[in-house]
Design a protein around this ligand. Sequence first.
Ligand code: TRP
Length: 659
Amino acid sequence: MSDSQSKRGAWNSKLGFVLAASGSAIGLGNIVFFTSNAYQYGGGAFYLPYFIALFTLGIPVMILELGLGTMTGRSFPNALRRVAGRRAELLGWWAVASQFIITAYYIVIISWALAMMVGSLGSLFQPGATAPFEPFQEPTAGPSAVTFFFGLVSTWWPLLALGTVWLINAYALRGGTRTIEAMVRVFVPLMWLFMIGLIVRGLTLDGGLDGVLYLFTPAPEGIASAEVWRGAFAQMFFSLSLGLGVLTTYASYLPKKSDQVANALTISFLNCGFEFIAGVAIFSLLFVFALNPAGTTLSLSFFVVPQGIAAFPWGVRFFGFLFFLLVTTAGLTSSVSLIEGMVSAVIDKFGVTRSRALALVAVPCAILSSAFVMPHIVDPAMNGNGTLGLTLLDLVDHWVFSYALITVGLVETLILAWVLGADQVRTAINAHSKIPLGGWYEYLIRFGAPALLGVILVWSLAGEFTGPFLYGDDTTPASINWLVVFIPVACLAGTVVVATVLTLARGKVEKAGTGGMKTGAAIGVLALLAAGSAFLPGKAQAQEVPGIPGTLRVGEAVELTIPEGSTLIVTYRPNSSIARSDSLAIGPDGAVTWTPEQAGVVALAVDAGPVRNVSVRFAGVPWLGVLVLLGAGSILFGGAAFGLRRMLKGDDHAFLLDT
Ligand code: TRP
């Protein structure tokens, strides 16, 4: 191992690297975003395009990002500079600047999951009494995660969770690869274990398999929709942690002779395998219990899943805690990679010590994070985002996340394929790969991948100009409506300025080293405080909601008795990407009979509160769904197992000596 390499950091073993990289890929995207995207785009309509995206875009670009890391031994901006000069470095710093914004709100979502996790032990699952701090919504009968969540975000309590999450990150990053590896060796296996616990529970519930088949049965009308393809490709890119150079940074800590084709395959299969079982676990819950498809991206994980868990026959608190613990751990191993990408870029360019780089990155980023927990209520009806923090998060997420990743991915692919040269890239990667890339790979990165990314980009942009004036214009309250324009402009201008300054700054090289931080005790104290806060008393229960018994088959009728004069809102999610809703007015006797006509997911809601326990079964067994389920499962897990086995067969720890 060369001297400079050991100072930058180096993975102790191949397994350590694969755990870290798959920990980066497996994150909120796999649980929170995947399921809500799949649901929004109509389950079965989503999965096939998503699977195709893995092979046509995900794996090829991952090979590039990993290859760039081992070819140069540098983190993203410096790596780009090494292969293609200063202008390429600018792209690298723009990625880092965007990453800064993404990290700030990504960590906020982890903090909410942490707060919900603590809340699971406290008042989250107490019937009726669900808003822990200052409830402003009338709680419905039974535990309501919606009430709890909005009760939570309209106080400053999440700031405490946010501080805790930042400290955990700083703690994991204090020693670079050494401490990251120590963290992922514990967290990543645990994550899988938690997920398997949930899946077993979900599938053993009556009707659970129906939801799963809904996810895997291809829906022709949905697949014909170009919007579904755009969503699936964008989701794949995010899920694999591509487009910000994070994997380049992680790969730069590997020996030069690492096999990046094998690594890319193993990491992708592990990530998508995890996403596969997350989909199975969550879709099994969806069909059994609560269904309320309205709302934002977060609502599925933060409202619907807890709602489903609340209706478990036993172990409600345990499974609630487990679910949010899973989201938190998965999020943490990703946020660590996001921060490491920035820290490593600063160390490589400016030669400062790790502790200084960490402070330079984490302190301002933590301050920016706190903007997204601002509890000021902007929409008392809580129809849209409700609080200032949520509104900001929604706007920033829309602009930075969708555009930064795809833009960086596009330009990075162009730089590597055209400036450095696709043939050069292929030769460099094949030099250490047991599965050589054929000539097709050059065409793929020269034309295929850029075309795909370009289409997604142009399309997303075109979408901004149809519908409301700008994203969020129709949902953001008038008093802060200027944010709709301000956020995209500020994000673009801010990231471009920061990137330019950092590119032009002259790097100086000092001795690098690792610094320590004594944060363990502080984390303990904060965690205890956070735990204590969950036991604050909740508000008393207000009102009964009529339940609906059992599971419903197509053609079966449901009979409800609900308050006179209210309206029953029925949202159909047939097996396509289009939702349809009907409103049934309730007669004077308060009774209504309704017969579903179509197979698919159906949500029933009364304007007086949600009605749980309804789902509609498919007529007959969707064999195609079973086929996709088994086929995708065996490809993903077969691939992951094969990759891991080959990796572990070699003497894992002799790995450092090879270099
Ligand atoms: N892949 C992560 C997830 O699924 C998110 C993530 C981590 C990420 N690091 C990234 C996304 C780098 C893009 C770039 O949650």
